[in-house]
Design a protein around this ligand. Sequence first.
Ligand SMILES: N[C@@H](CCC(=O)N[C@@H](CS)C(=O)NCC(=O)O)C(=O)O
Length: 209
Amino acid sequence: MALTLFVDHQFTSPFGMSAYVSLLEKGIPFVTERLDLGAQQHQQATYRKQSLTARVPTLIHESFTLSESSAICEYLEEIFAPPAYAALYPKDTKQRARARQVQAWLRSDLMPIRSERGTNSVFIRPINTPLTPAAIQAAEKLFRVAEQLLEGQSNYLFGSWCIADTDLAMMLNRLVINGDDVPDRLKAYANYQWQRPSVRKWVEQKRDA
Ligand SMILES: N[C@@H](CCC(=O)N[C@@H](CS)C(=O)NCC(=O)O)C(=O)O
């Protein structure tokens, strides 16, 4: 198989999800390899060398290896380019830049949400510990940004699906799935994104409780 994607063994990495959904959307056959991060499998010498960063996800395409999920998405978009393959990013240059901005922002901000609503609580077992003031403040920022981005849009950021929709829904669902207060419009958007077949395939993976 020419393409292999390394993800965490519980399918809880939001970054792994982004790369996995991208591969499914492209419709290219690939193999998924799972690494038990708790058992430090990502620190094994071979994987460390392949990934450079010893993190998941890592894509192996023929003899090329690449980690960092948004780099993987962009690589897939260039190698398996539209219109022959489904698009992961908007066609319009400015919208594409905006989609990349959203991806970069979601990967570098909102830490209190990420730590208080970890992805185990999204994919394995919800939690009901109250959010700290710092997480509430981060949630307010998330809502403000998401509402501004979605202003005048219906189900997608840019008129039709792109990978930034999945990433944004992932962040919103850290709150929605755990029963935190989320504006109805954003809840509906996150729920809608979660119904996408490629996303369902990740969400419905078998996980140890
Ligand atoms: N910015 C990276 C983040 C990757 C990342 O943080 N992966 C986590 C799993 S969610 C990981 O590999 N953690 C193990 C470690 O860093 O040692 C990306 O987008 O791929």
